[in-house]
Design a protein around this ligand. Sequence first.
Ligand SMILES: NC(=O)c1ccc[n+]([C@@H]2O[C@H](COP(=O)([O-])OP(=O)(O)OC[C@H]3O[C@@H](n4cnc5c(N)ncnc54)[C@H](O)[C@@H]3O)[C@@H](O)[C@H]2O)c1
Length: 319
Amino acid sequence: MSVFRGPDRIRRVACLGTGLIGGGFIALFLSRGLDVFVWDPAPDAKDRLNQLLTTAWPTLERLGARAEDRGTLSWAKTAAEAVAAADFVQESAPDRLELKRSLYDEIEPLVPADAVIASSTSGITIADLQAGRTQSPRVVIGHPFNPPYLIPLVEIAGAPYTSGEALAAADAFYQSVGKVVIRMDHEIPGFIANHLQAALEREAMHLVAEGHATPQQVDAAVVHGLAPRWTAIGPCMVRNMGNLAGIRPYFERFHLGSEPLLSHLQPAEFTPELIQAMEEGCRAMASGRDNAALAAARDRMVIETLLAQRRAGLSTHGI
Ligand SMILES: NC(=O)c1ccc[n+]([C@@H]2O[C@H](COP(=O)([O-])OP(=O)(O)OC[C@H]3O[C@@H](n4cnc5c(N)ncnc54)[C@H](O)[C@@H]3O)[C@@H](O)[C@H]2O)c1
């Protein structure tokens, strides 16, 4: 039996940092009937979280959450109080190394010994987080996608000294709340999905910077060309299905990676002209809608996509 608590022994989750990501996790955990203890030092944190929960709840209901199953939300006065009796900790503080280090210095001795501590961090590795201090085997990366109450993926990773049992416990816990988990053998900055996203963004910026496409055309190519297929299969299987004989002929005939006309390996220079073109294009696509309205429209579409994946038997997520 694992030394770390599995989903059957996780009732109370501590969430440190209640911003975009922490708040999204809180919404998800509450919808799954968990009791959530939160802490955030910002004076306006409560108002921001309440607003986020109000936005997230109809989305979660649409995906099957029920008000009568909702867990309780409690605000702690300190990080120490939030974690003292936690069965699992999700840390979503700002991505600043020194800030996170001092938070871990404070909480680690207080978190119950058999609880896993997961960091939402996008840009800091566990090895960096714990460099020069006692290396805890139970601190793992639990990297979500925004908004965490809606997008299924969580990437899990750790340093060489991270406990396999801690990673397995985090994996089981996230799956129990409906997530699709990618467990990486080792951590690299950006994990997997952000690497892919960065490559696409780099190409998008080049197309705009060189005047080949407007931001509207770039986004239309993704939304109406690439994305519908990607809700069923990823780029590897797309390539595999691009030829009746499978993926081998692709390597024999094409040299996409060495084709400078199709792929840039360096980011475009952020010139004033590029920034202006991006700003004008995005403003035109927003057509007067603020970010909340845009997020609501995005969420409606993502919900329908998740439901369609579920109906088509294409998904392993439980959202
Ligand atoms: N924004 C994204 O798309 C995204 C995606 C995946 C992961 N992440 C990661 O999630 C984490 C949080 O990012 P975010 O986008 O929610 O940022 P955010 O700025 O929206 O939220 C951060 C919250 O942490 C609070 N905070 C400040 N100091 C703190 C402290 N010492 N302890 C605890 N909380 C503190 C802030 O008041 C704020 O409410 C980061 O590590 C980030 O890399 C972000």
